[in-house]
Design a protein around this ligand. Structure first.
Ligand SMILES: Cc1cc2nc3c(=O)[nH]c(=O)nc-3n(C[C@H](O)[C@H](O)[C@H](O)COP(=O)(O)OP(=O)(O)OC[C@H]3O[C@@H](n4cnc5c(N)ncnc54)[C@H](O)[C@@H]3O)c2cc1C
Length: 387
């Protein structure tokens, strides 16, 4: 058993931490409140190779694994910049294309993931299907060599910033019964693709959208893997990277909140000479949150290590557990930090209440805590499936 990062991973952690701190939470919040995007941070991280750490070197990437990408997600979040697009683009989309794309799709897309110049967002959720992906109603039908895609998607993050959307659909002849997904790379400027912004109670420069696909015409090579049989394994390939990186973001956010709070409570004095952090009523909840965050962090390391060793099934169990634990720990840490700061906790200036919406959403998306508990009950505890 080894709990140490390699020297290269340590260097990556330090370098990403330094970059994140240079931008910081006030940059993130200012972009969110002015309707902007974190373009400068994304582009700089891309130039420095941090967004492509998990892309193979032959395509210009860092040749690392999910461990490296999780480090990038955690450290940017720990600096107050939790970037959701890291989860959808380099974690989900790049992995799907790397593992299940055709040679031509790898050559075409992976270099853009390697330097961050390409953003591909991910669209699976639908209004009438929700957590039940077997009910997906977005349909792809053949028209000569082309495909025509029609359907609706909801809560899709970052469409306005991306060049492509990776759309999960089903073919016309597989319109009922168990999902046989087909994944398509849809350019965001394709005719027939439109979107409208959802008003969300989350302070973030990354937004969610309703997506409308009305007979979007796509060439044959838009189908990931070039074959309908590639759909299901391609969809599954994205799940572990998604769970693990979103968990890393949660842990980073939890660390950020605890750091803000402990800086404050160590120096704030309202009862004579001792800091409020000397009072166990203030310090213990923070210590409890720190324990939860660190436990989630351990599970992320285990999940990423298993994934990078090619042990996908075990990584799936640990990745789900890590995502659950990190979602709970992040929500606890931010809420506890707000309380420890008192009134200052609710101000924009102290930069913790600004994360309340994001960490609350982290218990719902990209997979809800209940669906993870269903997975654990079924696959770890051997219980009958209820749905
Ligand atoms: C900030 C944010 C960003 C998102 N970004 C994306 C994105 O980029 N791309 C994308 O495709 N989607 C995205 N989503 C959607 C997200 O993945 C879904 O919201 C999530 O999967 C839950 O689906 P739902 O909202 O339809 O909830 P529903 O499926 O309607 O569920 C509602 C509630 O019921 C519970 N529930 C449902 N079924 C069961 C069951 N069998 N057992 C126990 N409990 C159950 C759920 O856990 C949940 O609490 C995003 C959502 C948010 C909030």
């Amino acid at each position: 058993m080894n709990f140490d990062l390699t020297p290269e991973q340590d260097q990556l952690r330090d370098a990403v931490r330094a970059l994140g701190r240079r931008y910081g939470h006030s940059y993130f919040v200012e972009k969110a409140k002015s309707g902007g995007h974190t373009t400068e941070l994304w582009e700089e991280a891309g130039r420095l190779g941090y967004l492509g750490v998990n892309v193979p070197t032959e395509y210009g990437g860092g040749g690392g694994g999910l461990t490296e990408l999780a480090i990038v997600c955690e450290e940017l979040a720990a600096a107050g910049c939790p970037l959701l697009l890291l989860v959808v683009s380099p974690a989900i989309a790049a992995t799907v294309i790397h593992r299940h794309g055709t040679d031509e799709q790898r050559k075409r897309f992976l270099p853009g993931f390697a330097d961050g110049s390409l953003k591909v967002v991910f669209a699976i959720t639908e209004p009438d299907a929700g957590s039940n992906f077997h009910r997906l109603g977005t349909v792809a039908r053949r028209d000569g060599d082309d495909w025509l895609l029609s359907g609706r998607k909801c809560y899709i993050s970052g469409v306005d910033e991306a060049q492509y959307v990776l759309v999960v659909a089903r073919t016309e002849d597989a319109a009922t019964g168990k999902l046989k997904p087909a994944l398509f790379l849809v350019p965001t400027d394709a005719a027939g693709l439109t979107w409208s912004k959802l008003d969300m109670e989350i302070v973030s420069p990354e937004n969610q959208f309703l997506l409308y696909l009305d007979d979007v015409r796509l060439p044959a090579d838009a189908l990931v893997g070039g074959s309908l049989d590639a759909g299901l394994p391609a969809l599954f390939a994205g799940l572990n990277p998604e769970r693990i990186t979103v968990a890393a973001m949660g842990v980073g956010t939890g660390r950020y909140a605890i750091e803000r709070a402990t800086e404050y409570t160590a120096t704030r004095k309202v009862w004579g000479g001792r800091s409020i952090g000397a009072h166990q009523g203030v310090a213990h909840p923070l210590a409890h949150a720190a324990v939860q965050v660190e436990l989630a962090r351990l599970m992320i390391h285990k999940a990423a290590t298993l994934y990078d060793a090619g042990r996908d099934l075990e990584a799936g169990v640990c990745g789900n557990m890590a995502k659950y634990a990190a979602g709970e720990a992040a929500a606890l840490a931010v809420d506890t930090a707000v309380q420890a700061l008192g009134g200052a906790g609710m101000t924009t200036e102290y930069g913790v209440a600004t994360l309340l919406g994001a960490v609350r959403a982290g218990r719902i998306a990209p997979v809800s805590r209940e669906m993870i508990l269903n997975f654990v009950a079924q696959h770890v505890l051997g219980q009958e499936k209820s749905y």
